[in-house]
Write a protein that binds this ligand. Structure first.
Ligand code: NAI
Length: 299
């Protein structure tokens, strides 16, 4: 298979000063993309600001013969998101690819979670992905081409102790991705999400130290690069990726149980097992497809 290249493409990667985002930026640049390396430069909890991490990644890209510009802006503010997109337009004249990757953690059991911890995490992951995509959207639509990857998480898809704020934001990104896929279809804008696992500063005290190599960030980036390539045929999907394994995660609906008339609480109790049955399942692509089994049952 011939090498998948990004010559002539311009990409924004948010949170690209460290970890996964840094790896995505380096890979896209190595394959010919011009890259806006965004990073606010704070610590793992989002405290502090520094232009250092974004600039270091830009320097690395340039040293390797690529093209990149640093954007030390905050994805969580409309001005910051606009500045990130403007950096692409002003420096490289266009924008094709958005990788929403910036993220922070403020883990706390739900009992102890403060409003501030909730708001800050939602602001960076969910609002930040919205704001950057929203700033990019008119340009992608106008040129009739775009690729967006949002970074979800297994914690969002399946829930995780101590991460009510984070998992809410990450599952929110699934709905966001699926709707962007619907609205972008007409303009060849494809949006997908990843739920990665990788050893980074975000997970270094959660994952065993010996998994650093097995779960290295370079085992996540190839999927992201494919999803933002023009050859990618898929949109509105979510993929789990880590350690070299990639799988599609589906939102499925079981066969269910129907009683057209006179449904009672006791009916629900008596049929609980069938209501919870997982097979055979369907994977609806839109609300109409989801309604189809009901319509059939009512006929
Ligand atoms: P990381 O902490 O190494 O990288 C996150 C980057 O985002 C940092 O460089 C940080 O400065 C930047 N950032 C934070 N707030 C920002 C803001 N407001 N504006 C601009 N940049 C900002 O962490 P990692 O692991 O590389 O995470 C990348 C993404 O992957 C995050 O969205 C994270 O939630 C997600 N993720 C990571 C997993 C893992 O196993 N490492 C698992 C599931 C999801």
């Amino acid at each position: 298979m011939s090498e998948l290249r990004f010559d002539g493409r311009v990409a924004v990667v948010t949170g690209a000063g460290h970890g996964l985002g840094r790896r995505h930026a380096l890979e896209l640049a190595a394959r010919g993309a011009k890259v806006v390396v965004n990073d606010l430069g704070g610590d793992r909890s989002g405290s502090g600001v520094s232009s250092g991490p974004a600039q270091q990644v830009v320097d690395e890209i340039v040293k390797n013969g690529g093209e990149a510009v640093a954007s030390p802006d905050n994805v969580a503010t409309p001005e910051g998101a606009q500045a990130i997109v403007q950096a692409a337009l002003e420096t490289f004249g266009k924008l094709d690819i958005v990788v929403n990757n910036a993220g922070i953690l403020r883990d706390k059991s739900f009992k102890n979670m403060t409003v501030e911890e909730w708001d800050t995490v939602i602001a960076v992951h969910l609002r930040g992905s919205f704001l950057v995509s929203n700033a990019a959207w008119p340009h992608l639509r106008e040129q009739g081409y775009g690729r967006i990857v949002n970074t979800s998480s297994p914690a969002g898809l399946f829930g995780n102790f101590g991460q009510a704020n984070y998992s809410t934001a990450k599952m929110g990104l699934v709905g966001f991705t699926k709707t962007l896929a619907h609205e972008g279809a007409k303009y060849d804008i494809k949006a997908n999400a990843i739920a990665p696992v990788a050893w980074t500063r975000m997970t270094e005290d959660l994952l065993p130290a010996e998994s650093a190599e097995v779960l290295s960030v370079d085992k996540v980036t190839p999927l992201v690069a494919y999803l933002v390539h023009e050859d990618n045929p898929s949109s509105g999907e979510v993929y789990t990726v880590g350690g070299g394994r990639i799988a599609r995660i589906i939102v499925a609906e079981g066969p269910g149980w129907t009683k057209k008339d006179g449904l009672t609480v006791e009916d629900v109790a008596a049929n609980w097992e069938q209501i919870n049955a997982e097979e055979p399942f369907i994977v609806p692509r839109n609300p109409m497809e989801q309604m189809a089994p009901l319509m059939q049952a009512l006929q």
